[in-house]
Design a protein around this ligand. Structure first.
Ligand code: WT7
Length: 651
């Protein structure tokens, strides 16, 4: 395989970079050979109320790790208070850009601090206290950042649920986290559309076995779109903050290094989403250090990560990484294609964004648009670009490099996961020559390995299951309320290793190329979806007997969703049924889950023990008929012939 020539950072960029080429190797070695000393030094970047006693404890093979035991700190203090008596006080902390062009609002560190304190007092008045959970189901408005920091300040665990999730998906997360308060909005604005959010909360709570004491509703739009208001439970945010006695002081809770900071749900290979639990010190340190070094933070930078705060990327690189570095972070409510595909470029131009971090799926959508949308805007403020969420195809990489970065900006292709808390494999922009499509080298403290089918480490160039060999500070600590599932999901397949669920290749330069999930997880437009979750939703349709979901390559989304569906006897298969199934899945999970193909299958290929063989179904969906793999374990291999013959009808 011929590999593209490496791209070297320009001498000007490299000379000013936070990590220089000459430093990476020695620093990486130190971080691996002596992790406790390395991280103890780095932990001094944070403010501590009380220093830690032990840097690292726990048996990694059981999934246990404790970092900085005995230490006390507060994440909100680290993101706000410590800057108040410095010149950063009046610097923009958060630049919020609304869905509608022209709408924007800026909070300085000082202002954000006061907003957070005031909101903390309001929540305290509702009885919220340390150890409680609050659930944030909000559009991308400043209050989403504010309430996350409120939780951190109070020692309360936040659970942000992406605003695109349905009432039913929300209900599952409510029942699992049992929050004392839900903060939501009367509606969300995205891409020129109004999204009912309070209605979803009402529906979720109507069906929920857990009764949430309070729902705080922020008015994002003038007119209420919801049709229900439960007196006593539902409160208007505007009423709560109208209280003139509400103080602007709120002392930070001094929490333990290992106290939980947040829960964030993500899809796994089984049906129920997993509540990934992150704790305080290790997570913050991971987000803080990686932000500084990978995005080459400079005090004058405006940093923009286009993710939603409902995903880990938003948690670590809109909120905690930037603010704990005293950076200016931009938060955008809308989408890149509305009102036209020039929206991102307009925002970069308007706010003189220096570092821009987005997903390959967004890049692919925008590269299809007319070049006039780019040419209209001045992008010369940009000095560094980032990519995250899925492998970036070399064509998108080249377009991003040439047309957005004008060949002046390094691209950091950052590989990581909800579970890892912070970026794991990435170029350091002034130090690592990049190759389009490669996530390149491990970040400090990260020891990736490739394992073969027998669980043996692959040495040198080769491919395998991507695992991590040693603990790192920002790793997840548990699945909320399910210790056993945590161990089973991540530490049981390959004893002694954390298993990412991804496959990867390592080239002769030691660079990692992520090849994608090897478990039953799809990556659709950078969104992580479990096949079982989608299948369960399809199976709820009364006409459906069986379903199997697999990915197939999709030009825009990276992976599309291909569903094989067997209907119950006598049910006619037609477009109406197709539409019903598509809508049912969106209703059950959320609008982000739109089936691309429904292939009516007379039966599904199964093993003698009755397991559907998705591996083969995936090959058929990809059109890889010549290479189906082992079919000898199937009860009835004839069904494959029928599926292959029919395939062309569907896609
Ligand atoms: C999965 C994690 C935290 C990142 C946002 C998604 C895939 C992520 C890359 C990349 C290739 C990537 C992996 C991973 N992924 N970044 N740069 N190159 N693949 O977080 O929802 O937890 O999904 O996204 O498959 O396991 P997530």
């Amino acid at each position: 395989m011929v590999e593209a020539k490496p791209h070297w950072p320009s001498p000007e960029f490299a000379a000013k970079a936070n990590i220089k080429a000459a430093e990476y190797e020695a620093m990486y070695r130190e971080s691996i050979e002596n992790p406790e000393a390395f991280w103890a030094k780095k932990a001094q970047r944070l403010h501590w109320f009380k220093p830690w006693e032990k840097v690292l404890e726990g048996d990694f093979s059981k999934g246990e790790t404790r970092w900085f035991s005995g230490g006390k700190l507060n994440v909100a203090y680290n993101c706000l208070d410590r800057f108040l008596n410095t010149p950063i006080k009046n610097k923009a902390a958060l630049i919020w850009v609304g869905d509608k062009p022209g709408e924007s609002k800026t909070y300085t560190y000082q202002q954000l601090h006061k907003e957070v304190c005031r909101a903390a007092n309001a929540l305290k008045n509702l009885g919220v206290q340390k150890g409680d959970r609050i659930l944030l189901y909000l559009p991308m408005i400043p209050e989403l950042a504010i309430f996350s920091l409120v939780a951190a300040r109070m020692g309360v665990i936040h659970s942000v649920v992406f605003g695109g999730f349905s009432a039913e998906a929300l209900q599952g997360r409510i029942e699992d986290a049992k929050p004392k308060v839900i903060v939501t909005a009367n509606a969300g604005c995205r891409g020129g559309r109004i999204i009912d959010m309070k209605n979803n909360v009402d529906e979720a709570l109507y069906n929920s076995s857990f009764k949430v004491p309070h729902v705080v509703v922020i008015n994002r739009v003038a007119a209420d779109t919801h049709n229900y208001w439960k007196a006593g439970r539902d409160l208007h945010w505007n009423d709560l903050i109208a209280d003139p006695d509400l103080s602007f002081e709120f002392p930070c809770e001094e929490v333990d290094a290992e106290d939980p900071l947040f829960i964030l749900y993500t899809s796994g290979s089984t049906g129920k989403p997993k509540g990934i639990l992150h704790t305080t010190a290790g997570y913050l340190l991971g987000a803080n250090l990686s932000f500084d070094l990978i995005f080459d933070h400079k005090p004058e930078d405006t940093f923009w990560c286009t993710a939603d705060l409902g995903w880990i990327t938003g948690h670590s690189y809109i909120l905690y990484g930037p603010l704990s570095n005293g950076a200016t972070t931009l938060m955008f409510e809308g989408i890149g294609t509305w009102p036209d595909p020039g929206r991102f470029w307009q925002i970069i131009d308007m706010h003189a964004v220096n570092v821009f971090y987005t997903a390959p799926t967004a890049i692919r959508a925008l590269m299809k648009a007319s070049p006039k949308f780019l040419q209209r805007h001045n992008l010369s403020s940009l000095r560094l670009l980032g990519s995250v969420g899925e492998p970036i195809n070399p064509e998108a990489w080249q377009w991003y490099f040439k047309n957005v970065g004008h060949e002046q900006c390094p691209i950091v292709d950052t590989y990581w996961q909800t579970e890892t808390g912070a970026i794991m494999i990435t170029p350091l922009p002034g130090a690592t020559p990049t190759k389009p499509g490669a996530a390149t080298l491990p970040f400090f403290g990260i020891q990736p390995v490739l394992l073969d089918a027998d669980g043996k480490e692959v040495e040198g160039p080769g491919s395998g299951y991507l695992c991590v060999k040693a603990p790192w500070p920002s790793m997840m600590r548990s699945i909320y309320g399910d210790e056993e599932r945590f161990f089973q999901s991540y530490f049981s397949q390959y004893p002694g290793y954390y298993f990412t669920g991804d496959g990867a290749r390592r080239d002769a330069d030691g660079y990692y190329w992520i090849t994608g999930r090897v478990d039953d997880v799809l990556n659709v437009s950078g969104h992580r979806l479990g096949t079982a979750e989608i299948e369960n939703a399809i199976l709820e349709h009364t006409s459906v007997a069986e379903a199997a979901v697999v990915p197939f390559p999709h030009d825009l989304k990276g992976q599309g969703i291909y569903a094989y569906v067997t209907v119950k006897e006598g049910v006619p298969t037609n477009d109406q049924l197709k539409q019903e199934i598509i809508e049912l899945v969106m209703h059950k999970i959320g609008k982000i889950v739109r089936l691309d193909v429904i292939h009516w299958a007379p039966t599904l290929p199964k093993t003698r023990s009755g397991k559907i063989v998705r591996r083969i179904l995936r090959k058929i969906a990809e059109g890889e008929f010549a290479n189906l793999g082992d079919t000898s374990t199937l009860i009835d291999a004839n069904v494959l012939k029928v599926l292959m013959e029919d395939k062309a009808k569907y896609h």
